[in-house]
Design a protein around this ligand. Structure first.
Ligand code: ADP
Ligand code: GLC
Length: 496
C-alpha cells in the first residue's frame, strides 16, 4: 500500500510527546513490511536546512485568502528508506515552538499553519505524481486532510485515496473563532458542511472525526472512553455517531531505542536474565540527581509533560498534592524529569527545597529519561486520562514497575499485582485523588521491602512483554482496508 503520514511531529525531527514516537515507529514498521510509506511535516526553524535535500520547485498552496508559495525539502527517517518531506514556509514555521511557546502557548495563526501543511500535502503528491492509497492524519493539526479529501479533492488523481485519522489526544481539538476561518482556504459552505462549526467557533478535530473514512485512537480502552461524557471532551456524541468507524489500536514501542540490553544512553546494559546492570544504572541515577547512593532504598521516577492530563495537581498541587507525605513517610527517593505548566514548575522547586529525598530536573532531556526508566525501581503515572502512554511500557521493559491509574492505555498494558501469587506487572488504582496515589505507592513500597521475590517476578514478567509494533501494524492495515472500502468502495481483498 502507498501511505502518506501527515503530521506535526515525528522523531527525531520534532517532538513534544508520544505522537512523535508513534508516527515514526509506525512508519518504520509499515516500511519493514514492504509498504511505500512516506511522511510529510513542517520544516520547523530548528530543523537544519543544510542537512536536508531541497526539492527545486516553488509550489502554490491554497491556504488563506491569497495563494501561499512553499518549498519542500527531503530526508529519510534515520537508518531507513522512509522518505520525510518537509514543507518550508518562513512565515508559518520559521520560529521557535511547534504549536506555541511558553509565552504564547497557542500561536494565533495556528489555523493557517495547519492549513498550509494539509493543502501542501496534496500539492506535494501532485508534484511527485505519487498518489497514496491512504492519507493518514494525526491529531487536530492535520484534520484538514480528511476534510479536503472528502469534500474537495476526492476526484481525479485522489479518487482512490482514503483518509484515516488517528486521535492521540482528544483533549487538544484546535478550536478557533469564526474570524479565522478564511485562513483555512476552504469554501464557506464547508463551515457547516464539513462539521467544523462548534458553538459559534470552529473545531478542527470535530471536522476530522466527521469526515475521516476511518478513525483510530491509540488503545482499545481509550476508544471506549472517548465515547463517554467523562472522556469525550464534548465530542463523545459525535464519536458515538461514528462508532462503526472507530477502532482502538494500541501503540507499540520502538524497541531499537528502548531496549535495556542495547541502550547506548545507559552506563550499563541488562536483561531479564541478569539485572546487575540495572543496579549500576540506579547508582548513576542517584548520583546524577545528587541523592545518597543507597542501593536498597526504592527510587520512584517520573518523566512527564507537566500538564493537567498527567495528574500533576494530585501529586504536586500546593497544599493537597501527595508528594510531601510520600517523601516524608514512605522511605523512598523520588526523581522527576518534566516540563510544562508554570505553576507546577514553581511548586516543584519549592518542594525540592523542603524535601531532601525529592529531586527534579525541569526541562527536556532524552538521555536522562532513559536513565530514569532504567535506574528507578518504580515509575509513577497517575494520569487523569491517557490515550496510550509510552512510559509505562518503557518502564516494564526496563524492569521498573509502573504505578498507574487504571485509564486508557495504562489499563490495557499494566497487569495488576496479585499479592497472593506475585503475578502482575505493576500497581493500578482507580480514583484520581492524592489519597489513592499515596496508598498505591505505599502498597508498592510494602511489596518492595517485604515481598522481594514478588518484585523480582514482576520485573521479569514485564521485561519479557511483547510491546513491539508488529501487532499494531496489522491493526492499522485492517483499518486502511476498511477506510478504502468506506471512502472509495475499494475492496483490498481484490488486490491479492
Ligand atoms: P504524552 O505523549 O501524552 O506526553 P507518552 O507517554 O505517550 O505521553 O509519551 C511521552 C514521551 O515523551 C515519552 O517518550 C517520554 O519519555 C517523553 N518525555 C516526556 N517528557 C519528557 C522530558 N521532560 N524529557 C524527556 N523525555 C520526555
Ligand atoms: C498522546 C497521548 C499519549 C499517547 C501518545 C502517542 O500524546 O497523550 O497517551 O501515548 O499520544 O499516541
Amino acid at each position: 500500500m502507498k501511505i502518506l503520514m501527515v503530521t506535526s511531529e515525528a522523531v527525531p525531527f520534532a517532538k513534544t510527546g508520544g505522537l512523535a514516537d508513534a508516527v515514526s515507529a509506525l512508519s518504520l514498521n509499515l516500511k519493514k513490511m514492504g509498504h511505500d510509506v512516506r511522511i510529510v511535516m513542517p520544516r520547523y526553524y530548528k530543523i537544519d536546512r543544510a542537512k536536508l535535500k531541497p526539492i527545486e520547485a516553488a509550489i502554490k498552496v491554497h491556504a488563506g485568502t491569497e495563494p501561499t508559495w512553499v518549498k519542500f525539502y527531503e530526508s529519510l527517517l534515520p537508518d531507513s528508506k522512509v522518505p520525510v518531506y518537509f514543507i518550508d514556509h518562513e512565515g508559518c514555521y520559521g520560529r521557535d515552538g511547534i504549536y506555541g511557546t511558553k509565552w504564547e502557548p497557542d500561536f494565533g495563526d495556528n489555523p493557517y499553519r495547519a492549513a498550509v501543511l494539509c493543502h501542501g500535502a496534496f500539492e506535494l503528491c501532485r508534484y511527485l505524481g505519487w498518489y497514496p492509497d491512504i492519507m493518514h492524519a494525526h491529531d487536530w493539526f492535520t484534520c484538514l486532510i480528511p476534510v479536503l479529501l472528502r469534500n474537495v479533492c476526492r476526484n481525479g488523481y485522489f479518487a482512490h485515496t482514503a483518509s484515516v485519522l488517528t486521535i492521540h489526544n482528544l483533549g487538544y481539538q484546535g478550536v478557533y473563532g469564526k474570524d479565522k476561518f478564511p485562513a483555512l482556504g476552504l469554501d464557506w459552505n464547508l463551515y457547516y458542511g464539513a462539521g467544523l462549526e462548534h458553538n459559534g467557533a470552529f473545531n478542527f478535530l470535530q471536522a476530522g472525526i466527521s469526515c475521516a473514512d476511518m478513525i483510530t485512537t491509540v488503545s482499545p480502552t481509550y476508544a471506549w472512553e472517548m465515547s463517554t461524557p467523562e472522556g469525550g471532551f464534548g465530542l463523545d456524541g459525535l464519536i458515538r455517531v461514528r462508532s462503526d468507524a472507530v477502532r482502538g489500536v494500541l501503540n507499540g514501542c520502538d524497541l531499537e531505542t528502548w531496549n535495556p540490553k542495547t541502550d547506548k544512553l545507559l552506563p550499563a546494559n541488562f536483561d531479564h536474565k541478569d539485572l546487575s546492570g540495572k543496579a549500576i544504572c540506579k547508582k548513576e541515577l542517584q548520583s546524577v540527581f545528587g541523592l545518597p547512593e543507597v542501593p536498597n532504598l526504592p527510587v520512584v521516577g517520573m518523566v512527564t509533560r507537566l500538564a493537567d492530563q498527567k495528574g500533576i495537581a494530585e501529586v504536586f498541587g500546593p497544599g493537597y498534592g501527595c508528594l510531601y507525605s510520600l517523601c516524608n513517610n514512605l522511605g523512598l527517593q523520588f526523581v522527576l524529569l518534566g516540563s510544562g505548566e508554570k505553576w507546577c514548575e514553581d511548586e516543584i522547586q519549592a518542594l525540592e527545597a523542603k524535601l531532601p529525598n525529592f529531586k527534579a530536573k525541569l526541562g527536556y532531556d532524552e538521555k536522562l529519561s532513559h536513565l530514569i526508566e532504567a535506574g528507578s525501581d518504580f515509575f509513577l503515572m497517575p494520569s487523569r486520562y491517557e490515550p496510550c502512554g509510552l512510559n509505562q511500557m518503557y518502564s516494564m521493559l526496563y524492569g521498573t514497575l509502573p504505578i498507574v491509574r487504571r485509564t486508557g492505555g495504562l489499563a490495557d498494558t499494566v497487569e495488576q499485582y496479585n499479592e497472593q501469587t506475585g503475578e502482575g506487572t505493576g500497581f493500578l488504582f482507580d480514583a484520581l485523588t492524592p489519597g489513592a496515589i499515596y496508598d498505591t505507592v505505599g502498597w508498592a513500597m510494602y511489596a518492595y521491602y517485604n515481598q522481594k521475590d514478588h518484585i523480582k517476578k514482576m520485573q521479569k514478567k514485564g521485561m519479557q512483554k511483547n510491546f513491539s509494533w508488529e501487532q499494531s501494524v496489522n491493526g492499522y492495515l485492517d483499518v486502511y482496508s476498511q477506510a478504502l472500502m468506506n471512502g472509495c468502495g475499494i475492496n483490498t481483498a481484490d488486490w491479492k
